[in-house]
Design a protein around this ligand. Structure first.
Ligand code: B1M
Length: 210
């Protein structure tokens, strides 16, 4: 097996120490940093995304894989010019106002980062004004909102209304998710899309931004 395949395999297994040491070996041997990312680290994470979607991998395993991938990326990133870093687009993500649940949101973030999105994490308990300010500051192509409580999901609607008031609604795609959210709710509040899980959120964003 090539070093690239071995690296992808270490990411799939969530072996971050192994991924770090093989990444270092590949850097020392002069492998192209972008190829290390694309053919090793991200290739592994793509498999994880597919397996997670199919129910063959679970949240803790995905988190370990994402950690392995991030550790490797941290090592090769300084070797790549900023302009050459692969990016699928810039996405802001946050858990809505009043809601402190962030495990699912972080999983979405990690999965999307693995797919090459530049992710800006606003954190939890994010009110509509903070989303609006962040859109003005970062000019993302998409916003992701997460809610786990039936009492907080309406804040997604308020955020979309706030973006409309500021004339920013059409500048970004909006995706929503979280346990109480459904496609019907997403349609009702005027979001561009709903995703039931992190892998689906990644695919959805790829489609919307492309
Ligand atoms: Co809370 N909690 N919690 N909780 N909690 C739930 C959500 C609840 C269903 C438990 C229950 O009663 N059975 C219930 C909500 C009931 C409701 O509204 N219908 C509940 C409650 C009531 C509360 C409190 C009010 C409890 C209290 O204090 N009385 C309180 C609220 C605090 C607040 O937010 N203001 C509270 C607090 C907490 C903890 C702090 C203890 C902790 C959160 C820790 C943390 O996140 N850092 C917690 C937890 C852990 C849970 C449960 C047990 C697990 C949630 C979780 O992390 N799931 C949850 C019960 C349950 O779901 N079984 C529960 C794993 C995670 C990977 O899944 O977040 O669904 P999930 O994310 C999925 C998808 O939804 C999707 O992708 C992920 C998978 O790939 N997804 C997106 C998520 N965001 C997305 C965004 C997208 C796309 C997809 O696009 C942007």
């Amino acid at each position: 097996m090539s070093d690239f395949n071995n690296l992808a395999e270490l990411v799939i297994k969530g072996d971050y120490a192994g991924a770090q040491s093989l990444t270092q070996k590949m850097i020392d041997n002069g492998s192209d940093p972008l190829e290390i990312i694309n053919q090793g680290l991200m290739a592994g994470m793509n498999v994880v995304g597919v397996r997670f979607k199919a129910g063959d991998m679970y949240v803790p395993e995905v988190m370990m894989s994402a950690k392995a991938m991030s550790k490797g990326i941290e090592m090769v990133k300084p070797l790549i010019a900023e302009k050459d870093m692969p990016t699928a687009g810039k996405v802001l993500i946050g858990t809505v106002k009043g809601d402190l649940h962030d495990i699912g949101k972080n999983l979405v973030l990690m999965m999307m980062e693995s797919a090459g999105f530049e992710m800006i994490d606003l954190g939890v308990d994010i009110d509509p004004d903070t989303f609006v300010k962040a859109v003005k500051e970062h000019k993302p192509q998409a916003i992701g909102m997460s809610a786990l409580l039936t009492t907080t999901m309406l804040s997604m609607k308020d955020t979309i209304e706030a973006l409309k008031e500021e004339g920013l609604r059409d500048s970004v795609k909006i995706i929503v998710g979280g346990a109480p959210i459904s496609q019907g709710f997403a349609d009702e509040i005027g979001a561009d899309g709903y995703a039931p899980d992190a892998a689906a959120a990644t695919d959805l964003c790829k489609g919307l931004i492309a």
